[in-house]
Design a protein around this ligand. Structure first.
Ligand code: SF4
Ligand code: SF4
Length: 300
């Protein structure tokens, strides 16, 4: 089984539209929406949820008002200022609590419960292109790297059980913990960027990250005709850094029309746009077949 992760230096580059189009073109893949902080692949793939599970990314303190003697020690030791006093009762603000456990240790009467925090939910669903794993984090929740790892593990499990050879991951944007969790152990990374100076800069940062993990990578430029010169510069610079040039996609209002109709761009468009996306898919499919790094890391 092979896993491709589609990422970008920042949100809004067309990464999710491309991942959804790949799901349509692959035909027999498992799809994972690992952009968990801004998950929107479901808008295009319209998954029918089969299983729902709670996601716990850590622990949460809760003060038992019956046992609490009001000494204030928890308030004193909490460096996240998560303990509040309400009408002389001490309570923990669940949004501010980082689950460090210090208050639990110092409470003289054992009045603080320390249970699993429920930070969101994750789902196993069916789409018109095959199974999908995805999630919904509660507002302002963190630990999304842990959730990304969980979703990728489930996608691999489903692919193994159903004999599906390809996993398509819509990865997190940027270079932080969630994107690292998205790409480690993958067979191939596709970076989607735009022909702007910030797109160029973002690509450089992402390329450094990918090189650090030694993962084969390719690059494509979305809306390339907005600035052909920068597109050319990006293509040359990417290849100099060892990334494969996968192709370019023209600016096309059909992308927005497809989104409004909740379709992938290759379902909506049978012309130039579909051809451009199919060319990129063919390139990354070949790279994916040739890559063995993910299988080695996963011990397959
Ligand atoms: S678990 Fe840590 S962060 Fe949460 S209230 Fe206790 S001391 Fe504060
Ligand atoms: S340390 Fe324990 S007893 Fe003291 S205020 Fe906090 S919860 Fe109550």
């Amino acid at each position: 089984m092979k896993e491709i992760v589609v990422i970008s230096g920042k949100g809004g580059t067309g990464k999710t539209s491309l991942a959804a189009a790949f799901a349509a073109l692959a035909g027999n893949a498992v799809v994972a929406d690992c952009d968990v902080d801004a998950a929107d692949l479901h808008l295009l793939l319209e998954p029918e949820v089969r299983q729902t599970h709670d996601f716990s990314g850590g622990k949460l303190a809760r003060i038992d008002p019956v046992k609490c003697i009001g000494c204030g020690k928890c308030d004193e030791v909490c460096r996240f200022e998560a303990v509040r006093q309400n009408n002389e009762l001490y309570v923990v603000d669940p949004i501010a609590c980082e689950g460090c456990g210090v208050c639990v240790h110092f409470c003289p009467v054992g009045a603080i419960e320390f249970g699993e925090a429920i930070n969101g939910q994750w789902f196993i669903s069916d789409t018109r292109f095959g199974p999908m794993v995805h999630a919904r984090l509660k507002p302002a929740e963190e630990n999304s790297g842990k959730l990304v790892t969980l979703l990728r593990r489930e996608a691999r499990r489903i692919a193994g059980e159903q004999g599906r050879q390809t996993i398509i991951v819509d990865g997190s944007p940027g270079i932080g913990c969630p994107v690292i969790a998205s790409i480690t152990g993958a067979d191939l990374v596709l970076v989607v960027t735009e022909p702007t100076l910030s797109g160029q800069h973002d690509l450089e940062r992402v390329a450094k990250l990918i090189a650090h993990f030694n993962i084969p990578a390719a690059v494509c430029v979305n809306k390339w005709d907005i600035n052909p010169d920068i597109t050319e510069t990006i293509a040359v610079a990417a290849q100099a850094k060892g990334l494969t040039w996968a192709g370019r996609i023209s600016y096309n209002p059909a992308v927005t029309k497809a989104q409004l109709q909740r379709k992938t761009i290759v379902e909506h468009d049978a012309g130039e746009l579909r051809q451009e996306v199919a060319t990129i898919w063919n390139t990354v499919s070949s790279l994916l077949k040739a890559s063995t790094i993910g299988e080695k890391e996963r011990g397959e």
